[in-house]
Design a protein. Structure first.
Length: 489
């Protein structure tokens, strides 16, 4: 496998600065051991005017087969790499991407202690890969690389056999990229997009690949028009991991749009505030509305059902009126993030006595949830399949029976006001449904009637005269028992 990176320069900004960025001296040829062979870095040319660094990966087919035990990994049809002899060791793939990451790890991170100003400098780059598998052909290559800053993307199909043109082209292309980019940015794009074009990986895709993807995709993947395809292929079409990555990328996009840190964006929904008239993020408006409703109800012991990463729990703990706060979520990972957000391991005894995080499903009754003043279901119900709602309804209203229950959910009528939301799409990839105001009121009224609650409705966010608010909230209050019911009790 072979890849070259070239740049041009001037006496004031010599092209050999490339050596500082790659942490590889142009006067030396260096070799590095990898799990599947030997990687070599050398410089075919190194002058002030032009410098080229080459990465050559010599794959050991025997080691490749032994490590893979002769079996395909990553879910691709030909990921088995066959036995000993095939074309795979000679074409750029995830093997080259991994070698790129290992050999140029400092360059990918943008580290350069010798010349700290260099990583932030955009420079004229030319990347050449003579044999690149591209499932989707030259058109897909252009779709992937043109949106991320390359001014010239040349993907020339490689014929199956030049002696027999009637056989047509192979699935390989010769790739030449040209543009003015930061080197770290270019390397991170290659690290992600080489295996994406190949649509195969030589190793099993574990959950930590999501973090790798987001690190390498920082600054370009969240807004890429082919984001879904890139994410799916990079994660070997593992749907659970793909959905997780897409959700986190959407949080990044929303955070950038709002000028916030990612952790400050509510992970329950994918709503963005696009206009100057609404500068306060909707997630923050929702939390404020919930706190106000809990305060009005006089609640002090509160359940946050479906607490996610703990944003609402954190807000509740900041208010001394709430003396006992319990966050419940089915996801152990979300609870782990919530614990880190709350700094439970460093929390003082008085504060830690006020908070509990519990793992549990909201569709099953749970004795631990009984006896509380209030329960909050903030942007939760729309993540359940409709047939599962009766189970949640009974677990909360029939079994736990807090005095007050707050339920917030998107108002689908307001979706037309989101300029970035395509018609017919829900606000979040995991939403199973989104209700109109009428549908929500009908459901809430039926629930209240079945379980002895009164219900009223509160708009959250700007209340549009035509389509209503972006979020709708139902406030359920346990009705006072009748004399007959008191006597029966």
């Amino acid at each position: 496998m072979f890849l070259t990176i070239s740049t041009t320069g001037t006496p004031e900004r010599p092209a050999t600065d490339l050596g500082f960025l790659l942490h590889k001296h142009p006067d030396k040829a260096q070799a590095f051991s990898t799990s599947h062979g030997q990687a070599h870095v050398l410089y075919p040319e190194a002058t002030a005017e032009r410098c080229t660094a080459a990465l050559v990966l010599e794959v050991d087919p025997v080691a490749l087969v032994r490590r893979g035990k002769g079996k395909g990994r990553g879910g691709a049809p030909d990921a088995a790499l066959a036995q000993y002899v095939n074309d795979r060791p000679y074409a750029a793939s995830s093997l080259l991407a991994v070698a790129l990451s290992a050999v140029f790890k400092n360059a990918l991170r943008g580290d350069c202690k010798a010349r700290p100003e260099l990583p932030e400098r955009a420079m004229p780059l030319r990347v050449e890969i003579p044999a690149l598998p591209a499932r989707g052909g030259a058109e897909l290559v252009r779709k992937l690389f043109e949106p991320v800053g390359w001014t010239s993307v040349q993907a020339e199909p490689v014929p199956l056999d030049g002696r027999f043109p009637e056989w047509g082209d192979s699935r390989y292309v010769t790739l030449v990229l040209e543009g003015e980019l930061r080197l770290a940015e270019a390397l991170r794009q290659l690290y992600v997009l080489l295996p994406v074009l190949d649509d195969a990986k030589h190793y099993w895709v574990a959950p930590d690949e999501v973090d790798k993807l987001l690190r390498a995709g920082e600054g370009w993947l969240a807004d890429h028009p082919e984001q879904k395809l890139i994410t799916s292929r990079y994660l070997s079409r593992r749907w659970g991991l793909t959905r997780q990555a897409m959700e986190r990328l959407e949080l990044v996009r929303l955070a950038e749009a709002e000028g916030l840190e990612v952790e400050d964006v509510d992970n329950a929904v994918d709503e963005a505030v696009d206009t100057e008239e609404r500068p306060v993020p909707l997630a923050e408006q929702r939390r404020e509305a919930i706190l106000a409703a809990l305060g009005a109800a006089g609640a002090s012991r509160v359940l946050d059902l479906g607490c996610g990463q703990g944003q609402l729990v954190q807000a509740l703990l900041k208010d001394v009126r709430f003396t006992d706060v319990v966050g419940v979520d089915v996801s152990v990972r979300a609870l782990s993030i919530a614990a880190k957000r709350l700094r439970l391991d460093r929390m003082g005894e008085r504060m830690s006595d006020r908070v509990t995080l519990l793992q549990g499903s909201l569709t099953y009754t749970d004795k631990r949830l009984k006896g509380y003043d209030a329960a909050v279901l903030s942007e939760v119900i729309e993540h359940l399949d409709l047939p599962r709602l009766p189970a949640l309804e009974y677990a909360v209203f029939g079994s736990a029976r807090p005095t007050t229950v707050l339920v917030t959910t998107p108002n689908v009528e307001y979706n037309v006001r989101w300029e970035t939301l395509p018609a017919g799409h829900v606000r979040h990839g995991d939403h199973r449904f989104e209700w109109t105001r009428g549908e929500f009121r009908t459901w809430a009224g039926d629930v209240a009637g079945r379980h002895g609650y009164d219900v009223e409705f509160v708009p959250v966010g700007p209340d549009d005269p035509d389509v209503g608010p972006p979020t709708q909230m139902a406030v359920f209050t346990l009705a006072a028992p009748t004399p007959k019911e008191e006597k029966a009790a």
